[in-house]
Design a protein around this ligand. Structure first.
Ligand SMILES: Nc1ncnc2c1ncn2[C@@H]1O[C@H](COP(=O)(O)OP(=O)(O)OP(=O)(O)O)[C@@H](O)[C@H]1O
Length: 255
C-alpha cells in the first residue's frame, strides 16, 4: 500500500522556544492502523495537529489528505466534545450539515453511523443523558459519518473504565474493518496499542522523536482471546521495554 500520510524529517519549534518534534519521519499507508505511544509531552498531539493541517511544521515535509480536502480527515479527542443542547442525531449530523446536507438527506447516513457504534435507538437522546462511553460512541459516529479516509484519534478512551474501554476497542476495530480508514491513534496505554494496531511507534521525550517501532503481526478480527495470548504479552513486553529505556516515570509506562 502506498503512504497516505507521510512526515519526513519534521521539526517543530513553538514560538515559546520549545522544540516539540525533532526529525520525525512517519508513514501511514492507506487503510493502515498505527498507534503513537509515548510519555506525556513527547509531541504526539502535535503530530496529529500537523497531519490534520491545524498547524505547520518549522521544517520538513508533510503529506496528508487534509492538505487537499478537510472532509477526508476526521478527528476524535479524549473529550467527546458534543454540543450539549443538541440531540445525538443532530450532533452526528453536524459535519454533513456544515457540508450543506439537509437533515432528511443525511438521515440514512447518520442512523447507519449510530448503528455502527452501538447507539441505535439513541438518536433523540441528549449528551447529558448518556454515559461517558456512550458519549464517546456518539463522537466516533460523528467522525465516521463523513466516511473519512483518515481517522486521527487523540487518547479517545483514556477517561473510560477498563471494561468500557475494551468494548470500545472492539467496536472501533469493527468500524475500522468495515470502512478501513487509515488510523493514527495516540495512546498512553501499551495494552490498548497492541490490541488495536498493525504497528506501534514509540516516541521519546522532548524533543519528540520516534525511537522504536513494533509490528503487531496478528490478523483481524481480534477478539478477547488475543488479549490472553502469549503473542499479545510478548508484544506488550517489547513495548514496555522500549518505554522503560526512555526512563519514563512508571505511571506513564504502565497506564
Ligand atoms: N501551542 C504550543 N505552544 C508552545 N508549546 C506547545 C504548544 N503545544 C504543545 N506545546 C509543547 O510541546 C510539547 C509537546 O506537546 P504535545 O501536546 O504534542 O505532547 P503529547 O505527547 O501529546 O502530550 P500528552 O500525552 O500529555 O497529551 C510539550 O512540551 C508541550 O508543552
Amino acid at each position: 500500500m502506498p503512504a497516505l500520510i507521510s512526515l519526513k524529517d519534521v521539526h517543530k519549534q513553538f514560538a515559546t522556544g520549545v522544540v516539540a518534534l525533532q526529525q520525525v519521519s512517519i508513514e501511514v499507508a492507506e487503510q493502515e492502523f498505527v498507534s503513537l505511544l509515548g510519555p506525556s509531552g513527547c509531541g504526539k498531539s502535535t503530530i496529529l495537529r500537523l497531519v490534520a493541517g491545524l498547524d505547520r511544521p518549522s521544517s520538513g515535509q508533510i503529506m496528508s489528505p487534509a492538505m487537499t480536502s478537510a472532509a477526508d480527515t476526521a478527528f476524535v479527542f479524549q473529550d467527546a466534545t458534543l454540543m450539549p443542547w443538541a440531540s445525538v442525531f443532530d450532533n452526528v449530523w453536524l459535519p454533513l450539515r456544515l457540508d450543506g446536507e439537509s437533515r432528511s438527506a443525511s438521515e440514512a447516513r447518520v442512523l447507519d453511523a449510530l448503528a455502527r457504534v452501538g447507539l441505535k435507538g439513541f438518536e433523540k437522546a441528549f449528551p447529558a443523558e448518556l454515559s461517558g462511553g456512550m458519549r464517546m460512541r456518539a463522537s466516533i459516529a460523528r467522525a465516521l459519518v463523513t466516511r473519512p479516509r483518515v481517522m486521527l484519534m487523540d487518547e479517545p478512551f483514556a477517561a473510560l473504565d477498563e471494561f468500557t474501554r475494551h468494548k470500545l476497542n472492539d467496536d472501533l476495530l469493527a468500524c475500522w474493518q468495515a470502512q478501513r480508514f487509515a488510523t493514527l491513534f495516540v495512546t498512553h496505554s501499551v495494552l490498548e496499542s497492541v490490541f488495536l494496531s498493525q504497528r506501534v511507534l514509540v516516541m521519546g521525550p522532548r524533543p519528540g522523536r520516534v525511537v522504536a517501532e513494533v509490528v503487531i503481526d496478528e490478523p483481524y478480527p481480534r477478539s478477547a482471546s488475543f488479549r490472553e495470548s502469549p503473542r499479545y504479552h510478548a508484544a506488550c513486553a517489547q513495548l514496555n521495554l522500549a518505554l522503560a529505556s526512555l526512563h519514563a516515570p512508571v505511571d506513564q509506562v504502565v497506564r
